[in-house]
Design a protein around this ligand. Sequence first.
Ligand code: ADP
Ligand code: AMP
Length: 245
Amino acid sequence: MASGGGVDLEEIPSVDLMTELLRRMKCSSKPDKRLILIGPPGSGKGTQSPLIKDEYCLCHLATGDMLRAAVAAKTPLGIKAKETMEKGELVSDDLVVGIIDEAIKKPSCQKGFILDGFPRTVAQAEKLDEMLGKQGTKIDKVLNFAIDDAILEERITGRWIHPPSGRTYHTKFTPPKAPGLDDVTGEPLIQRKDDTAEVLKSRLEAFHRQTAPVIDYYSKKGNVAQLHAEKPPKEVTAEVQKALA
Ligand code: ADP
Ligand code: AMP
């Protein structure tokens, strides 16, 4: 059978093809959405993103995940970003703007996207608006994960991640079924190098100084929804659903 893009469709089990077909049919009736998730490290953006992604058939673009992948692969971009990330400071605007400019053009972002961890400076927000303006689109909603700093150290130091899927666990709040292993695949979970109390201090400092002004920037445009990110995950999900309805 003819193959598309190097993939031999005959090799894919029928049940997988049917599942994908049904997903695409369901997605075709969903409205397009272009969302920004903004909040300090540990506020729950990565936890809520997969739920929003599935509900609205969006792509999830987390600049932190993309940069960590570049660091692991030792690409020129990763080599440039590594030291800054380890210190908990922000990498240059040009670097992340370039990544996002390329990523939002992917076919998986056709129905829209969730930007998680971007924009993190007003300059990044202005560049994003410019990029979207050229496409004739704009940001529909900014979800502000508002939370007190005091809660974040426990969240960050207890976080465990399954990098291939982006699933996130917490030793106390959402522990995996078996310690250190992903519930779905049984693969090992990892802790991020910058998820320490020490590096968190710089990350929070960067958030308040450079990223909080981005919330004001979008508030002036009138499309920010406030979430109570200190609430339990299910209650935050309910607030997200209400904000996006
Ligand atoms: P972010 O992506 O904003 O940095 P995460 O979604 O990775 O934050 O959440 C940080 C940690 O806190 C993770 O270990 C996650 O399991 C946990 N967590 C996320 N949301 C909540 C919540 N509402 N209540 C308690 N713990 C949470
Ligand atoms: P995160 O996974 O969102 O916590 O990001 C991890 C690190 O990646 C940050 O501490 C920054 O060093 C870097 N980073 C991620 N996104 C951005 C961004 N939009 N602008 C600048 N630096 C970023």
